[in-house]
Design a protein around this ligand. Structure first.
Ligand code: ASP
Ligand code: MG
Length: 416
């Protein structure tokens, strides 16, 4: 008997009809002889609406109370889904994150799971019931209600799959899988049958929004097989698996883009040992995640340092930048929010030279200027102007022939 965890996102449970459709899909899975645990998101845009509501009564909602408020969205979904399943004749029981034994640290709004207790979900499944769990939430080591950050229901599902020893964690959504690029931007983008955890981590970190980054980290660390698929069609979607479980590997899995970052330049920093540390330490201490960094070559003993950070953090970063620019005796700093990051990701890059060159050439041919470049062993990222991002994604997708199937074998030889 297989154990299956299914997670349904906000659009999948967006209204009562859709909830009833999900109920039927869950019942089919259970009737096929599986133990089923379901994780639900809040209906439609409920989380955004709750955030908006909070902002109407408080200019800086207390983080503890905000978490209590936000978790209510998922509780609505779980209760309604359990009712709908009961009507179809199977027994379903809903649980909050706390009841499901999900213990987190105390950082409200972005809590991390620290322990999965063997709780009521296991018992419900042992009794032949379907367990419905509210996504995106847990209880802290201080016994307060916490949330796992936006998109956190994916992490709930993966964590439950790990603790139940599930055969698969199915992530049901409104797209049919992971694509070689955002299909709204690249009409010829192709669905990817399988990606490795490492590739999916890079894709998620670079703006592909189909899975929350932390859920992929958790899945990799615990070896949880993820299947991203559509709620509305029965077809197979995209499997996220270990590299050794890949049957054949595409050289490049996809092009991701992210318009949510801003570029900061600290101008004319003295070119001396210790300066970079003094620039980035205060930002790190303020909890601001820096992404790409370049230090330009030195002119007359001074150098510019540029980097990117999330656009949402600009407000918090500004006083820190102000202070650090003064402390390192820079002439000043600039912030440009109108940039975008375009990233090409593929495990095949390790053994196939020329990917970076092809990316840069395709942008050059299109007359698109590259402001910052950064790489990992399976990724090449370029910062370009925000208004050129769609064109950039398209020309790269075209140049790397991502609409075709190009595979390499273990020896690294490309074969079409
Ligand atoms: N409802 C939460 C959000 O909108 C969590 C989730 O859907 O995963 O971010
Ligand atoms: Mg999501």
């Amino acid at each position: 008997m297989a154990t299956i965890v299914q997670k349904y996102g906000g659009t999948s449970v967006g209204d009562p009809e859709k909830l009833k459709h999900v109920a039927r899909r869950v019942v089919e899975t259970a009737n096929a002889g599986n133990r089923v645990c379901v994780v639900v998101s809040a209906m439609g845009h409920t989380t955004d609406q709750l955030l908006e509501l909070a902002s109407q009564v408080s200019s800086a909602p207390h983080p503890r109370e905000l978490d209590v408020l936000l978790t209510s969205g998922e509780r609505i979904s779980m209760a309604l889904l359990a009712m709908a399943i009961n009507d179809l004749g199977l027994e379903a029981v809903s649980f909050t994150g706390s009841q499901a034994g999900i213990v987190t640290d105390t950082s409200h709004g972005k809590a991390r799971i620290v322990e999965m207790k063997r709780g009521r979900v296991h018992d419900a499944l042992d009794e032949g019931q379907i367990a419905i769990v509210a996504g995106f939430q847990g209880v802290s080591t201080d016994k307060d209600i916490t949330t796992l950050g936006r998109g956190g229901s994916d992490t709930t599902a993966v964590a439950l799959a790990a603790s139940l020893g599930a055969d698969v964690c199915e992530i049901y959504t409104d797209v049919t899988g992971v694509f070689t690029a955002d299909p709204r931007i690249v009409p010829g983008a192709k669905q990817i049958p399988r990606v490795t955890f490492e590739e999916m981590l890079e894709l998620a970190a670079c703006g592909a929004r189909v899975l929350a980054l932390r859920s992929v980290e958790y899945a990799r660390n615990h070896g949880v097989k993820i299947h991203v698929r559509s709620t509305f069609v029965p077809d197979e979607g995209t499997w996220v698996v270990k590299e050794e479980d890949m049957l054949e590997q595409a050289i490049i899995s996809g092009v991701a883009h992210d318009t949510g970052e801003a570029k900061v330049t600290i101008q004319a920093v003295p070119d001396q040992p210790g300066v970079a540390g003094r620039v980035f330490r205060p930002l790190a201490d303020a909890g601001i995640n820096i992404d790409m960094i370049v230090q330009n070559s030195s002119a007359a003993g001074h150098t510019d340092i540029s980097f990117t950070l999330p656009e949402n953090d600009i407000e918090r970063a500004e006083p820190v930048l102000e202070e650090l620019a003064r402390s390192v005796a820079a002439t000043g700093y600039t912030i440009d929010p109108a940039i975008a990051k375009v990233s090409v990701i593929g495990a095949g890059m390790r053994s196939n030279p020329g990917v970076a060159a092809a990316v840069f050439e395709s942008l050059a041919d299109a007359g698109i200027n590259i402001e910052i470049i950064s790489t990992s062993s399976i990724r090449v990222s370029c910062v370009v102007s925000a208004d050129e991002v769609e064109r950039a994604v398209n020309v790269i997708h075209e140049r790397l022939k991502l609409a075709d199937d190009v595979y390499y074998d273990a020896g690294g030889e490309a074969a079409a």
